[in-house]
Design a protein around this ligand. Structure first.
Ligand code: 16G
Length: 253
């Protein structure tokens, strides 16, 4: 207990001529939370007590605390006090490994499921013709799905494939890549373009987010080992629970 309180003492955070007290206190507490010195679920002393220990006014404490609440690292619980929030656990996907949604969720210990919104054979759009190298007379197989991880809607995916790799879109029950693997036509390489977009009202409703919420849009074109493009998928991924990690290396030249 003693140790906890020394963290708030002025010796721990205040330096003359280093800016306003509330900012110094804010930075100190923010760093202590990030470093794990203040663990998730730790309860901060009440405002009056904290002001006494830190030797500042209650207004100073309130300003520092409310900024930490805005940052999402502290949480005020009615009648219970102010607590360090547990970090949001995000689902991380490496950008350099070609995974299916199902595999990816399995790796994370989550159960994936999908709601199929539409699937069938259609006349290709100009974008699909370009991405998949189709001719105007060809048909394209489309599968449109809302994808869940443990019952949370995580993504909307519109997939378009060559009919000779997916002649029957009805065959896609859970995993598209499982169907492709079963016929020996799974992609081995993909190129993705990632953009931030704001959700339309209809898509927001499906993803249980407010209209206009920012999400990640990823367009993936996937190729067979021969270099032939077979899949074009446009996906909207909830940015609040999905993280894409890219590992970068210096070119060894
Ligand atoms: C991933 C792919 C998507 C692919 C899907 C197949 C990204 C950005 N996109 O979501 O292109 O169609 O997996 O998943 O990773 P499935 O085999 O579970 O249907």
């Amino acid at each position: 207990m003693e140790k906890d309180l020394t963290l708030y003492r002025p010796e721990a955070w205040f330096r003359a001529a280093r800016g306003p007290r509330y900012q110094q206190l804010y930075r100190h507490l923010s760093a202590a939370i990030a470093a794990g010195e203040l663990q998730p679920e730790t309860r901060l002393p009440a405002e009056r007590e904290l002001a006494l220990i830190a030797e500042v006014s209650r207004v100073t404490v309130r300003k520092a605390v409310s900024r930490l609440v805005e940052d999402g690292v502290l949480e005020q619980r009615r009648g219970a006090g102010t607590f360090v929030r547990p970090p949001k656990s995000k689902i991380e996907q490496s950008l350099s490994v070609l995974l299916s949604f199902t595999d990816h969720m399995r790796q994370r210990g989550k159960t994936s499921s999908s709601r199929i919104m539409r699937r069938g054979l259609f006349l290709p759009s100009p974008d699909e013709m370009m991405a998949l190298g189709l001719s105007p007379g060809d048909r394209v197989a489309r599968v449109e799905r809302l994808r869940f991880a443990d019952d949370t809607p995580l993504a909307l995916e519109w997939s378009s494939l060559h009919t000779d790799v997916l002649p029957d879109p009805e065959a896609v029950e859970t995993s598209l890549y499982d169907v492709l693997r079963a016929s020996g036509r799974a992609p081995t390489r993909a190129v993705q373009r990632i953009t931030a977009v704001n959700l339309t009202a209809a898509d927001a409703k499906l993803l249980l987010l407010p209209e206009g919420a920012a999400v990640l849009r990823i367009d993936r074109t996937a190729y067979l080992p021969s270099g032939r493009p077979i899949e074009f998928t446009r996906g909207l991924y909830r940015g609040d629970i999905y993280d894409f990690i890219a590992e970068l290396r210096v070119d060894a030249t």
